[in-house]
Design a protein around this ligand. Structure first.
Ligand code: ZN
Ligand code: ZN
Length: 274
């Protein structure tokens, strides 16, 4: 596999999961497969995703746990409900054509309860599964969201580049630090983009079309209906997150503590003649 493609996959995994991923290409025989795991855990102490050619035009992806994963599985058992919901939403974001299944469990409410956890998917390609393009596609469509789900359950920390404390404190159902955490979580971002695409929900710009495919700077905005403080509803990662370009995101947060609604910002833009 070309080194550049390998780098591309490693980057997609790092961006989507927020964790460093180790990757080994299996070149036993003629057909190339791949194994991926969290670099800090090594292959035996955590989840491992394995990609293998399957039939003439498919890949089979399987996620299992290494033999010494007890500590990680205990840690996953303590994952907050919200993290579990995001993990399930990430797995559910994989298209039905890839036939995701979790051994002995329902896709709607699975948990990682033991080391025998096993997730499987099949990715069909138009051309043979041994091409770099096929491997890249399988990673993007299945392995990235699956590993992101695992990263969320394990609880890889999000690198805080800016301080959430910069936001003023206020009374409300949802703590602003929670909202900021959701907006910066790479797994929430991945889910948001998978579900809603890369285009800004206000101005329609796709930063990657403006700056190039390598500059994916679309941000995630959390749509918690803060105005409706009397009746907070549980956070739903699938519909509470929308993609915004950095400008529009900055603009909605010019009003605090309750950000502008996207329709309000659109109206401002119309009034300004944009
Ligand atoms: Zn925008
Ligand atoms: Zn926001």
């Amino acid at each position: 596999m070309i080194a550049a493609k390998r780098q591309l996959i490693a980057n997609a995994l790092l961006t989507g999961t927020g964790a460093e991923i180790a990757l080994a290409v299996d070149t036993d025989g003629l057909r190339s497969g791949m194994r991926l795991w969290f670099a800090d855990l090594d292959e035996r102490h955590g989840p491992v995703a394995e990609l293998k050619p399957h039939g003439l035009k498919s890949h089979r992806v399987r996620l299992t746990f290494g033999n010494f994963s007890g500590a990680v599985i205990r840690q996953i058992a303590q994952a907050p409900v919200e993290d579990q919901q995001l993990a399930r939403a990430l797995v559910s974001s994989i298209g039905p054509e890839h036939e995701v299944s979790i051994h002995g469990q329902d896709l709607a409410d699975w948990t990682v309860a033991s080391g025998s956890f096993q997730l499987q998917a099949v990715v069909r390609h138009v051309e043979g599964p041994d091409t770099d393009e096929a491997i890249r596609r399988t990673c993007q469509e299945v392995i990235v969201p699956v590993m992101a789900a695992m990263a969320e359950l394990i609880g890889y920390d999000i690198l805080e580049t800016e301080t959430a404390e910069a936001m003023p404190a206020y009374e409300g159902a949802v703590h602003p630090a929670n909202v900021a955490r959701r907006e910066r979580n790479p797994r929430n971002r991945l889910l948001c983009i998978r579900l809603h695409g890369d285009k800004c929900a206000v101005c329609g710009i796709d930063p990657r079309q403006v700056y190039g495919a390598g500059i994916g700077i679309v941000e995630v905005h959390h749509l918690e209906p803060l105005a409706n403080l009397a009746e907070p509803r549980p956070y739903d990662p699938a519909c509470d997150l929308i993609p915004l370009c950095p400008n529009c995101h900055r603009a909605v947060h010019t009003r605090r503590p309750i950000p502008l609604d996207i329709s309000e910002l659109r109206r401002c833009m119309e009034d300004a003649g944009a």
